[in-house]
Ligand binder design. Structure first.
Ligand code: DMJ
Length: 461
């Protein structure tokens, strides 16, 4: 019974065939030999070592490696060691002892947050604060917690707005703020980090400010649809952009409602997620064009404004799975993989109504592999191992350089770009590794990942 049904489905769903060069079998079919998980985990680990070696050789002490020019890039006038901080817990999980030792020494000896410049509150929270907290959780050295607490103290002035929703930028030395026009992701992606810090330090203040920001934003949802918009003034709580989606600028707000509900047993967050997911599926889910996608609409009317989807949206299959909706999660992951296969690597943005690439950049993003990891965890279906293998192999093929891994300027011609973002080490390679290495390395059900893939331990009570 099983095989003919599967074959029929495959005939109806061309998206499940691997079309680009080098892959002749199907994802769902059983023609391939089983994926050798141990060999794949070793390959991903080697890829991490290669990326890290490039950083060590050409960008040591800086934020990021430029993998083509073999130079260093800093986000600010002074490095905040973005790559080592973001990549540290991946080294621990991969058992890379000597790399972890040298990264740890660099971080503990020279990471200094007393800097007179403005940083993005969101990026610094998810990469630096999240990275340092996870470093403490998995390494145990209190030096990491001290750095994390020092950083949080410097970021906290960002929340001093009339509404409690944070400003986008904060000066780490003076506490001055700027950027009152923000978005759901930058307002509502703090509670995993700040809440965990409260748990670790016993100081409830961190939890309180981050939760207030998130709940204030939730309170500003449309009374008609239940959706949030794209841009909000944190001084008066008025929406400046009313386009609603699950994509960039909104994504991790929804992710954190669900994850905070699970990590902290927070009933307000649970309630907000339960209501939001109904609205998302009612107004943004789109099955008109074959498969399941999530598009854009106007937040009050629910009127569709765009059939756009992209690399960032791909995280949502994982959130659907974590939220218990495995049916939609599987459908969306099939679309995610279809997007990946369109040019051999996923684009930043796609019009799914016409399967037309709108922005061909690939920034070494993790979300597609992240969702694949969630789906494999929940289903143990071999097809997700195959998807992950294909995605990882195309990164090897198109992004690997002699100094590290490079983003792609346009996946339609695979021209490389001189960027290796820190999330490649924090997220992309971590999720790829965890798919193949499995629960022996990290028990999925015992952690919640922040949006930068830093695993926070689930502590009962
Ligand atoms: C990461 O910094 C985080 O995953 C964030 O939530 C979205 N963008 C990047 C990765 O694509």
């Amino acid at each position: 019974m099983k095989i003919p049904v599967l074959l029929c489905l495959l005939a109806l769903v061309p998206a499940f065939s691997c079309q680009h060069q080098g892959h002749s079998s199907t994802i769902a079919g059983g023609q391939d030999t089983l994926v050798n998980k141990a060999a794949m985990a070793a390959e991903v680990r080697d890829a991490f070592i290669h990326a890290w070696n490039g950083y060590v050789k050409y960008a040591w002490g800086h934020d990021e490696l430029m993998p083509l020019s073999k130079q260093a890039h800093d986000w600010n006038p002074h490095s905040l060691l973005m790559t080592p901080v973001d990549g540290y817990d991946t080294m621990i999980l991969m058992g890379l002892k000597s790399q972890a030792d040298s990264a740890k020494k660099l971080i503990l000896d020279s990471l200094d947050f007393n800097q007179d410049f403005y940083v993005s509150n969101f990026e610094t929270t998810i990469r630096e604060l999240g990275g340092l907290i996870a470093a403490f959780e998995w390494d145990g050295d209190s030096g990491f917690l001290k750095k994390a607490t020092g950083l949080a103290t410097r970021l906290m002035p960002a929340f001093r707005s009339p509404t409690g929703m944070p400003y986008r930028y904060v000066n780490l030395s003076t506490g001055a703020t700027r950027g009152n026009i923000s978005n759901p992701a930058e307002v509502g992606t703090m509670l995993i980090e700040y809440g965990t810090l409260s748990r670790l330090t016993g100081n409830p203040r961190y939890y309180q400010v981050a939760k207030k920001a998130m709940m204030t934003l939730y309170g500003r949802r449309s009374r008609i649809t239940g959706l949030v918009g794209s841009a909000i003034n944190v001084n008066n709580g008025k929406w400046i952009g009313k386009e609603s989606s699950i994509g960039g600028g909104t994504d991790s707000y929804y992710e954190y409602l669900l994850k905070s509900a699970i990590l902290f047993g927070d009933t307000d967050c649970r309630n907000a997620w339960d209501h939001s997911i109904i609205a998302i599926n009612r107004y943004l889910a789109d099955t008109t064009y074959g498969g399941l996608w999530y598009g854009h609409c106007e937040m009050d009317s629910g009127k569709i404004t765009g059939t756009y989807y992209g690399a960032l949206d791909a995280f949502f299959a994982g959130s659907l799975a974590l939220g218990g909706d495995l049916t939609r999660a599987e459908q969306l992951q099939a679309s995610n993989f279809r997007m990946w296969e369109l040019a051999g690597i996923e684009p930043e943005s796609l019009d799914y109504a016409h399967m037309k690439i709108l922005d061909g950049t690939y920034e070494l993003r993790p979300e597609n592999l992240e969702s694949c990891y969630y789906l494999y965890h929940y289903t143990h279906a071999e097809k997700y191992l195959r998807m992950a293998k294909i995605m990882f192999e195309s990164i090897q093929r198109y992004c690997r350089t002699d100094a590290g891994y490079a983003a792609v300027k346009d996946v339609r011609n695979m021209t490389p770009e001189d960027i290796m973002d820190s999330f490649f080490l924090a997220e992309t390679l971590k999720y790829a590794y965890l798919i193949f290495a499995g629960d022996k390395v990290l028990h999925f059900d015992q952690v919640i990942f922040n949006t930068e893939a830093h695993p926070m331990k689930r502590i009962p009570g």
